[in-house]
Every structure is written in structure tokens, then in C-alpha cells.
Design a protein around this ligand. Structure first.
Ligand code: AMP
Ligand code: MG
Length: 590
């Protein structure tokens, strides 16, 4: 068995690090056990438990076993504490044993160090320490790891002990996209929307490394590994109501009168002892069913009479109780890799005792606006030839809403060097860049010109309205989505093309929008050739009405709408009542 230690002063974050390492290394497919050295006469049992009573009565070893776990407690009674080797010899073989404490034992260790504990670093004085994991600035010849970067610390330990990660290594940087990945086959002219989406889906893959987080911090993150229930929910059979619990077998039809035992069972306050057959116990919602109880009668259906609870039978066996694991069993897959964590998922993970989860690092989405006419700050007075930048704040807030790190790359004038500088900056900071403006093939379309010369541009002429060509390129190894400048087209192209692509790059898989079929509240004759997206909203009776103008400069229509109506590539004639496809903003996460 491989062994590795975590050491450090009190409050240096040893146990937190141990906990995160166990979860990280386990999630990479290795089996892990731990040994913890405790000072003082730490009690590992509860006074009053049967095992405690056996020990108090003088047993040398007490072995307790249940379907979930077993333990042997060995009373030293003055004998010497076993050495680390003796303890290791007693353990079931696993890939790695992590040891907390045992500072002076010869195995290699990582020191958890925090300057705020006020103690000097152990590293340097203790030769068994191989690296320092810290959130402080330290001076040492040893490797220094970020105390919060569990994946990096796990990488270090696994490399030291020579354990190769069997599954896709979580902290290995995912492969980059190829520089020519967006190239369209020769001779392709107009690409239908579905074909463009299929291409993007084939080309792209997740781009982010993994991070370990607690569920409480994970809302908005995407799981990088399946989450396995550490505990069943509920962990033990318990009462679903306030009432009286008893054994069903002792009840029958008609008036039932069961003498009440002394005491009660409440949530967090288990009843001490068993309930004799034919008796009942006061029980509250969430309380574990004491031995002898399998059924609960609702308080409202009972009366008390002289120390007995009285109710009308028959009552169904197991009435008003919850079975252990009826929600989820221990070891069940609670959530799968690729799932986007939402607040209800945080509740589920917490209930199942999952303290650490492996997520994708947030995708960093850079947003750049281009155009000589743009003014970035709405508080500034605009000259007649200037317009306020609407796309950058829109795209930044979309990226943020989708749970990504939105990186503001500012605004570049229509000048190749200026755009190149901003793209260099973007490629250094972001995983993917969204630009808007200058993406067509005209004189002033500097983004496409620059990307054609220096960024492996592939201009995808997608048969879609609104939206002109989507410019797809690689800049210094970073994918660039060149969106149209027109805010209506930029918004629609972002929802239809960029959103599923970003989700795939973030590790969440391809995200198709939610599509509802609803009757139209409008009329329109559409020509064949291009798929069309209309700014639309649902009326109170569930029909889709569309914005009065299809003018692509009408930003107010985007704001008026609650979704888009999608008209097919073919010709259609829509009349009031014709079923149309409505894509609610909510289904795009907007
Ligand atoms: P372009 O794609 O650069 O030819 O721009 C098309 C139209 O969208 C022009 O009317 C631009 O002024 C306008 N436009 C471009 N970028 C933005 C932006 N960030 N905010 C608002 N309008 C823009
Ligand atoms: Mg422009």
C-alpha cells in the first residue's frame, strides 16, 4: 500500500485538506483509507451505547457491525499505543493510505501551512516534508502548492507515490482545439442552421480543468464526475408525522388502546430503548423509529386516555413512516457528470453527505466590441456619429447568467492592430472569445479581415435570419466567435449558436433550447431558404405574438419579447391558430 501524510500545526487546515484530498483522489478512481492520530483520550463511541457499555464492563476489544460499516474498538488500558506500522498492518488493502498527524514518522508528507497560525513552518526542520500547501507567501526550497488547489495537491501526491490516474486525469489540461478546426469543406456555400449546429457539436469539446468544491459553493457549476451518495436518504426509517408509534402486528380493527411508554422519540433525540409489543411511544416528525415501532398513527386521529393512546383501527402497516433509503440509497449515483448544479441539487448533495464534488472550472468567456462608432460608457455624452455599445454589456451579462467567468475585453476601434491587441489580451485571459461587429465581408469588416489573415478564419454563411455570416476562427489557440454587430442578430446568434457551443466547452454538453409548440397569434408568409427567428412572447392564453416590426435595429423588440418564434427553413404560411415553435428565453437560461 502507498502511504502519504498531511501534517501541520493546529488550525493550518490539515483536516480540510485531508477531506478534499480523499474526495479528489477517490473521484479519480483510487481507493483511499486514512489514519488519523488523535491526542488525548479521544472517545470514539457514545456513552450509553451497547458497545460503550461492553467496554465499560471491561472488554478488551468490542467489535460492532451493521450493514453499513463495522469497527473494532481496542481498549489499551495502559498498554502502549500501536505504532503506525502496526496500524497499517491491520488495514484492508487500498491504493493509498493518507495519514493525518504522525509528524515524526518517516513517511513523506505535505505540510498544510497558514501564516496566520503564528507558528513557524515545519518544512525545512522536518526532512520528511516534501511540499508546502499554503495560502500564505512562504520562503522555502520545497515545491509550494496552493492550499485551495486540491487537484494540484492530489497530482503532486499521486506522482510522488507513483499512482497513475486510471480515468481521464481531472487536472490534466484538456486538449486544445486544432487551429484549422472551423474550416468548412470546399464548395460549401450556405449552411442550414441544423448542419451548422451539428458541425459545432462535432468540433468542440470541454476546455476547462477540474476543481473540487463543497456543494454550498457549487451552484452554477458543472459536474466533472458523477456524485455518489455517501449516505442513504433518509439514513434510517423515521416518522413522517407527529403522532404515536407502535408495532403494527399488535393492532387490529375497531378501538385500539395502547399504553404509552415513558419518554419520546424526536428528530435528533432518539428514543433510548425498545418499545414493547402492544405499547406505543410518542413520536415526532423526523424521529428515528425506535426498535419495536414500524407504524405511526397521526396525532390528530388519536385521543389520550389514562396513559394510553386511543384510535380507531385498522391502520395500514408502516403508515406515516419513511423507509431508510426510500429517496436514495447509499452508493447510488445522485447526479451525473455534465450536470449543471442548481440550488435543489445543492440540497440533494448535502443530504447525501457529499461534502466535496468535482466540477469544471468556470469557462472564461471574453467579450470584445468593435466599431469606430461605439461609445462604451452610457454615462458619457455621445457625439452625433456615436452610438452606445449595447452588445458588450449584453454578452457579458449572458455569459454571467450562464455561470461563466465573463471577461470584459473592452472595445476596439476599426483598426487591425487595435483589434489584434485586444484579441491577444483575450486569448491570454479567456477560454473563448465573443466579438461583435465587423464580421461580414465589407470594407469596414476589420474583424473578418484580420482573422482571415492571421486567425484561420472560416466564415460560416448560415441560412438564418437575423444574422449574417458567423465568423469562426482561432486566435493564439483560442476559439473566436465573430458575431454580427447588429444587436438583434448578435443576440439571436448567441442564443442559437454560441450558447450550446459554450455549454459544450464548459463541460455541460450540448445545450439544445426548450421548444414549445403553441398556436400563432399572428400571420406571416415566409419564403423558403433561411430559418427565421422572430422576437415573440406568449399571450395570456398561450399563443405566440410577434413584435410589430422585424427591423433588425429594433433592440426594444428584444426587450419586449419573452422568447423567439422559430420558423422552419422551408416556406410557411402562418395564420392565427397555426402551430409554431416558441423558444422561451427561460429555456435559453435568459
Ligand atoms: P457591423 O457588423 O460592424 O457592420 O455592425 C452592424 C450594425 O450594428 C451597425 O449599425 C453597427 O453600428 C451596429 N453595432 C455594431 N456593434 C454594436 C454594438 N456593440 N452595440 C450596438 N450596435 C452595434
Ligand atoms: Mg462595425
Amino acid at each position: 500500500m502507498k502511504i502519504y501524510g498531511v501534517t501541520g500545526w493546529k488550525n493550518a487546515g490539515k483536516t480540510g485538506l485531508m477531506e478534499r484530498l480523499i474526495s479528489e483522489i477517490t473521484s479519480r478512481g483510487h481507493s483511499v483509507s486514512t489514519i488519523k492520530h488523535a491526542h488525548h483520550n479521544t472517545e470514539i463511541d457514545h456513552p450509553g451505547r451497547d458497545s460503550f457499555r461492553h467496554r465499560e464492563a471491561g472488554a478488551i476489544e468490542v467489535s460492532v457491525s451493521s450493514p453499513a460499516r463495522w469497527a473494532v474498538m481496542h481498549e489499551l488500558r495502559g498498554a502502549t499505543e500501536p505504532s503506525l506500522d502496526e496500524l497499517l498492518a491491520r488495514m484492508t488493502p487500498v491504493d493509498l493510505v493518507l495519514i493525518e498527524g504522525y509528524k515524526r514518522a518517516p513517511h513523506p508528507k505535505v505540510e498544510a501551512f497558514r501564516a496566520e497560525t503564528g507558528k513557524p513552518m515545519l518544512a525545512g526542520q522536518n526532512e520528511t516534508i516534501r511540499a508546502v500547501a499554503t495560502d500564505s507567501t512562504v520562503t522555502t526550497d520545497l515545491p509550494v502548492l496552493d492550499l485551495n488547489d486540491t487537484a494540484a495537491i492530489a497530482d503532486f501526491i499521486l506522482a510522488e507515490v507513483g499512482l497513475v490516474t486510471p480515468t481521464a486525469a481531472s487536472s490534466v489540461t484538456p486538449p486544445k482545439l486544432r487551429n484549422d478546426c472551423f474550416a468548412m469543406p470546399q464548395g460549401v456555400d450556405w449552411v442550414p442552421v441544423d448542419q451548422a449546429l451539428d458541425r459545432l457539436r462535432d468540433i468542440l469539446h470541454p476546455l476547462t480543468e477540474h476543481e473540487t468544491l463543497t456543494p454550498a459553493r457549487a451552484a452554477g457549476r458543472i459536474l466533472a464526475a458523477d456524485c455518489i451518495a455517501r449516505r442513504a436518504n433518509p439514513p434510517a426509517p423515521n416518522s413522517a408525522v407527529d403522532g404515536y408509534g407502535f408495532a403494527h402486528a399488535a393492532t387490529g380493527t375497531g378501538r385500539q388502546s395502547l399504553p404509552l411508554v415513558e419518554g419520546r422519540a424526536a428528530a435528533g433525540q432518539p428514543f433510548d430503548g425498545a418499545v414493547p409489543r402492544g405499547s406505543a411511544v410518542r413520536i415526532l416528525t423526523g424521529a428515528i423509529l425506535p426498535p419495536g415501532v414500524d407504524t405511526v398513527v397521526l396525532e390528530e386521529d388519536t385521543a389520550l386516555d389514562n396513559g394510553a393512546v386511543v384510535f380507531d383501527g385498522p391502520i395500514k402497516p408502516n403508515a406515516n413512516t419513511r423507509k431508510a433509503g426510500e429517496d436514495m440509497g447509499q452508493g447510488d449515483i445522485a447526479l451525473r457528470a455534465g450536470h449543471l448544479i442548481r440550488p435543489p441539487d445543492v440540497a440533494l448533495l448535502s443530504a447525501l453527505g457529499i461534502g466535496q464534488i468535482t466540477t469544471h472550472r468556470r469557462l472564461r468567456v471574453g467579450v470584445l466590441s468593435t466599431g469606430d462608432e461605439l461609445l462604451g460608457d452610457p454615462a458619457e455624452d455621445a457625439l452625433p456619429h456615436q452610438i452606445y455599445d449595447a452588445n458588450r454589456p449584453m454578452l457579458l451579462s449572458l455569459a454571467e447568467k450562464w455561470g461563466y467567468d465573463a471577461v470584459d475585453l473592452g472595445h476596439a476601434k476599426d483598426d487591425p492592430d487595435a483589434i489584434a491587441n485586444h484579441l491577444n489580451d483575450g486569448a491570454a485571459q479567456a477560454d473563448v472569445i465573443l466579438t461583435s461587429g465587423g464580421a461580414s465581408a465589407g470594407d469596414e469588416d476589420h474583424v473578418s479581415k484580420l482573422l482571415r489573415e492571421r486567425g484561420q478564419l472560416s466564415s460560416w454563411r448560415i441560412a438564418v435570419k437575423p444574422g449574417r455570416p458567423l465568423a469562426l476562427a482561432m486566435w493564439n489557440g483560442t476559439p473566436v466567435f465573430g458575431l454580427p454587430g447588429n444587436p438583434v442578430a448578435a443576440f439571436v446568434c448567441t442564443l442559437i449558436f454560441a450558447r450550446p457551443a459554450l455549454s459544450l466547452m464548459a463541460g455541460g454538453g450540448w445545450a439544445a433550447p426548450m421548444a414549445l409548440s403553441v398556436p400563432a397569434a399572428f400571420s406571416k408568409n415566409k419564403k423558403p431558404g433561411r430559418r427565421e427567428y422572430l422576437r415573440a412572447r406568449l399571450t395570456s392564453d398561450g399563443r405566440a405574438e410577434v413584435f410589430q416590426s422585424e427591423g433588425s435595429g429594433r433592440i426594444s423588440g428584444l426587450s419586449w419579447a419573452t422568447g423567439l418564434v422559430e420558423l422552419p427553413d422551408e416556406a410557411v404560411s402562418v395564420k392565427p391558430g397555426t402551430p409554431v415553435t416558441f423558444l422561451p428565453y427561460a429555456g435559453f437560461g435568459v
